[in-house]
Structures are given as C-alpha cells and as structure tokens.
Design a protein around this ligand. Sequence first.
Ligand code: ADP
Ligand code: ZN
Ligand code: ZN
Length: 728
Amino acid sequence: MPIIRVALNVPVDTLFDYQAEDVSKDDIGLRACVPFGKKQVTGIILAVSDETQIPIEKLKSAHGIFREIKPLPAALLDLFHFCSQYYHHPLGMVILNGLPVKLRNNKPVNLKRKPAQYQYSLTSSGKNVAVTQIPARNRVARRLLGEFQQTETLTSLQIKHISPRAEKLLQDWIQLDWITAKFCSTAAVARVAEIPVLTAEQEVAVNAITADAKQFNTWLLHGVTGSGKTEVYLRIIESVLVQGRQALVLIPEISLTPQLEGVFRARFSTVPLVSLHSGLNDTERLTGWLQAQRGEAKIILGTRLAVFTPISDLGVIIVDEEQDSSFKQQDGLRYSARDLAIFRARQSAIPVILGSATPSLESYYNALTGRYRHVRLLSRAVQNATLPLIQCIDTRINKTQEGLSGPLIQALDRCLQKKHQSLIFINRRGYAPVLLCKSCGWTAPCQRCSSRLVVHLRDKKLCCHHCGHQELFPRACPQCGNQDIAPFGQGTQRVEETLTADFPTARILRIDRDSTRRKHAWQEILHAVHTHQVDILIGTQLLAKGHDFPNLSLVGILNADGALYSTDFRASERLFAQLMQVAGRAGRANVAGHVLIQTEFPDHPLYQALQRHDYDALAQTLLAERKMAGFPPYVYQALLRAEAHHIKTVLDFLAQAAQLAHPPQTVELFDPVPAHMTRLKGLERAHLLVQSSSRKHLHAFLTGWYAKITTLPSQKVRWVLDVDPLEF
Ligand code: ADP
Ligand code: ZN
Ligand code: ZN
C-alpha cells in the first residue's frame, strides 16, 4: 500500500508517514485526516511514496483524505517551504498557520458556491437521464432537469427563478456528473465617471511600473502623505485586471480595510473583490480564500495573513504602508508579510509595490543601492493642497496645564471658530499612564508584566495594556498607607475630559482601541468625521494611519518625546514615520494644514527634519548611525527568544544554546540578555542576538544551530527563533 507523508501542526520539523489507499502524486496538497497519538488531526499531504523508514508494524493508516478541494497548489507550497526555511519554523506549523481554520478541522468543507456567478451545463450523461427517473414527489428536481434538457445551460440566476429550492440540487447533480459548473466571468472593468487625471508624478510612476509588469521587480513607491499613492495602485490594478489577472493588496490594520475596500469597490464596481482580515468569521474567511484560489475574486485585499492566500493568476502585489510593523507577526511563526510578498512576487515573476511616505530604512537602503526600484511622489495630488506647516511648541517655555500648552489651546480655538476640524494625537489610551502615590512615589505595577497599570477612570479600574489584567483602585497606597494617590500624566480619556471642559460647545470624539471595540464602530466614526459631526478628534496611532479627513486643518501632538531617547534602535525611525503620518492627516484637500508638536527638545534633529518634511535628511542621519553601530540594514539579525517562569531558567537555557553555537567568524554571537520587557503575562523572557553582514552565512549558521537547540532539554522553556526581529 502506498505511503502518504503528511505535514501536521506539531512543533517538530518532520513529516509523518501513513498508509493510504488509492493515492497518487496528484494528491499532494490535499488534506488528510490521520491518527496522531490518541487524537485525530488533519494535515496536508506533501509526498506520496512506496517507501518509509517507519517499521511496518508501527505504521498507521490514514483515516481519510478530503478531496473536495486542494488547499495547496504548487506555488503556495513553495512559499510555505521558503517560509519554513527562512524563519526556521517547522513546515507543518507554517502550513497549518497559513490555512483558514476550517481547513485545519477534521471535517470535509462544505463548499457553498455563490450563486449569481455560475453557469451550469448539462453533460452527456445528464442528457440520458429520464425525468421520470426522478420520483414524482420531487417536483422541483423534475422541473429543473426538464429545463436543463430544453436549454442545456442555465445560470444561477435562472435557476433561482425556477425555484429557490432548485439550487440545493446542483451540488448533487455535479457529483452525479449530470451537470458541470463554470464560473461566468463578470470581471469586465467598468470605468466610473470621476476618475482623476493623473498628476505628472503619478503618471511617471504608473508608466514605469506598468511598462515593466511582466517581470519581477520590487518597486518602492515613495510618496509624501496625500501624494495619491492609492490612485497609482488603482491604475496598476486596473492594468492587471484587464489582462484577466488578480491583484493582492496587503494593508497593515483592520481599521483601514473598510475605507480602502470602499475605494476599490467604487472604482471596480463589477470586479469581484474579497477582503481577508481578522474580523471575519471562519466561514467568511474560507469562502474568500476559495474564491481567490479559483480565480473568481480578482482583487484580494487583506492584512498580513492574506499573503498566504492561494491565487491562481496573480499579476501584482501591493504592500501599502510597507514600513508598518504589523506586517511582522510577533508570536508563533514570526514572519514578515512584506518580505514574503517579495518572495512571492519573485516566484510569480510579477512586480511587487511597496508604498510608503516614510519607508523602513531597510527598504530605503535597498532602493538607494539599486536592489529596489525607487519611484517618488514629492507633492500632494490634490491641486493647491500643500504639505502642512509643522512647528514645535517648546514646553519648557510654554508650560502645559493638564498636558496642553497655551499656544495649542489657542490654535484649537481658532480652528473651531473657522469651523475646521482638529486632531489631538496622544499615543496612550486610558485616563493616565500611572497611578502615583504623592508621598512615597509608589506606582501601581502589573503583577504579571514589567509594566505599570494604566488608569481607566471611567470604569474605576487599573488595566495592564500588555496582558489585559484589571484591578480596582486601591483606597490607599499599599506601600505607605497614604490616601493621596492620584492619576499621573495624560491619556486619551483625560485629554478628552480637559478639552470638554475647555470647549464646552465643541463636539469631541475620542478614537482609541477602547472606543472602537464594537463592530462597525469604525464606519460610524469615519462617517461622523466625514459629515462634519465632529470638531475635535482625540486619537492614538489608530487614527494616524491612512485615513483621509478632508476638513482637518490642525493636528496637535502630545507626549512624543519619550521615543527620542529610547534604547530601541528603531524608535526614532518609528516615531518619525508615525508623526509624519499623523501630520499628514492635516490639510489634505482645500484646507491648509498646521501641525503643532509639544516638546522639550525642539532642536532635536528628528523634529528639525520633520518640520522640513525632510525624510531623506533624517534617513541619511539614521543610516549613518546604523552603519557606525553595526545595525540593520548593514547587518542581518536573528534572535533566539526564550521564556519561562523564572529568568534564571531562561538565561541558563540561552547560555547552553550559546555553548552549542560555534558560529563561524562571519557570524557574531552576543550574550544572553533579558528582554526589554522582562516579564510579560507572567513569564520571564530573555534573548540571544546573532548577526552577520552576510545573510547567507547567517542562515547557514542558523540551520545548523536550530537543529542543535532542538536537542537541548527544554521542558520548562519555550523558545523560538525570530529572524529579522523588530522587537527586543
Ligand atoms: P496617499 O495615500 O499618498 O497619502 P491618497 O491616495 O490618500 O494619498 O490621496 C490623497 C488625496 O488625493 C485623495 O483625496 C485622492 O482622492 C486625491 N487624489 C489622488 N490622485 C489625484 C489626482 N490625480 N488628481 C486629483 N486628486 C487626486
Ligand atoms: Zn505611598
Ligand atoms: Zn500585565
């Protein structure tokens, strides 16, 4: 009996062999349900063979093979293989992580096809079925077969008209080979009326990319905020659609999906689009996934996981806001969807476009060195819209009250009088970042994390933003007994309270993770902003991304200084990108924009570059620093991360791993150190950094090292390799 070799979702980098009847090489990529220990699990068949290393008496038989769909076409399998090798993660876990939940279950999937899009034709065996073979009580079935025999083909719509119940028969009849189904392509690209004329810069970008659309290239579409990158995407997607091919668009956050989805649906109203994001239920995700695989969905829009969608005829990949760290998964398989998108494009010989106003230094460096092709949009697309005026308010001179300085309050007042919208950006939700005892300096800590609890005054609670732990306010300081404990510092809720008191007639809306938890909250907020039912917005980074608020003229930025002197070498890069993005919300249409940054360090090079909108100046400075210090993009890094209940266990484990390493001269191995946030969710964490100026050498080393680490006793430790880490 033949052997199938199955990839399973288990943390061992091997395939598992089972006996199976009636299998051939064509079955590679199918799902198989197999016994594993005492359980039944479902995995993917990756090889079919006559031989196995397993003694025959130990070899078990597969319970069954699901043939209704093939989840893994060859191209996707290559992507998973690459992902497993590059990130040093077991192949089975990589594959199962990338599949919709419904395909990981031990059950066949129920393939509901969307009606309206199909055309059904009678087969020759269907022609030979006599209507009288169907029992007379099945009136609908008799009528449907009669109709088929008269006209031979019916669309789903016609079938619906015959009877709403007729549809149910179709799948059975397909199984019986009475009829076949074909997807009717309605993907004609209808042009809608209000398509803007491209600006000269956009035209250069679109022409350059479409002229070279038949081969792999990584394009860095580097355009200032409001330069119309979306329009460039739309034109490129259009050129792909008219060839009948599909486009994959990756975006960072779920909150961006409805807006971009709306833009795409409006432009390509007749083109089937699926949107894959974490807000979908399992059935919706599977349906979208299948539509992409069958080539029915022409535009696939999604967050990082969508990079693993099977797409039969991919023509372009777009990664919007490529610098965004949410493209990197921060637990389990720590992959970068942006980097995998580039691999995928290379494999499919198509262009991939990385869009950003503030590219990651890695991408910028690749563009400078010619590895990526660089196209720039230097001015805003809307006529007369200019970049906002950015200024600093020196809070050493202009003292703040409740976090707000006089000049900012005055600017808000002027903005209100002009009936323009304004936005206060503060990247801290809750009421105040700490609860402080004024007599002894005690602050409320999280017991499970190395962090302080955030004050949520409205709920009278202290919350940990890392582990979700909540507790009630203490009545008195647990350290000295003093009752004079109070919230210290500002969060979005406190700013909201202050502004409500300062501007009692203004309509104020707070936008943070607490206020957007409800389903549809985002749509409602965006609607309120667009229809000018809001005067002042208060928001965290959630607001900074991608949203286009035409009537917004003032942006105030609070408490940004913290990141200037962070120990994280990427902190400046991130702060700059974030502030540039927030600043970019102002003055996008006919309203001139003004950005005020409250800071104690107005002369800092980062703020200086920001005021001049000079990404290149800051990027050059940061690159020079990185080169001196030996940081990415000048070196490639990997972290061995480990966590356990006690830091000593973790550090001992890492020390043992270091002993096994024997790195070559070109690979540098550092000492184990506790993570920046040592305790998280009750576990203590540490890591060990390895780096090299040669990616090849680093990876050759990692492969050997990984195998050795797996031999270490590690019952008490959870460990993972993080390749190209973003967090330390
Ligand atoms: P970005 O993503 O680069 O920040 P957007 O794509 O959001 O910029 O575009 C900013 C604004 O410019 C949008 O309101 C968009 O409709 C408008 N826009 C884009 N291209 C053009 C154009 N060629 N002519 C006029 N308006 C445009
Ligand atoms: Zn105290
Ligand atoms: Zn916590």
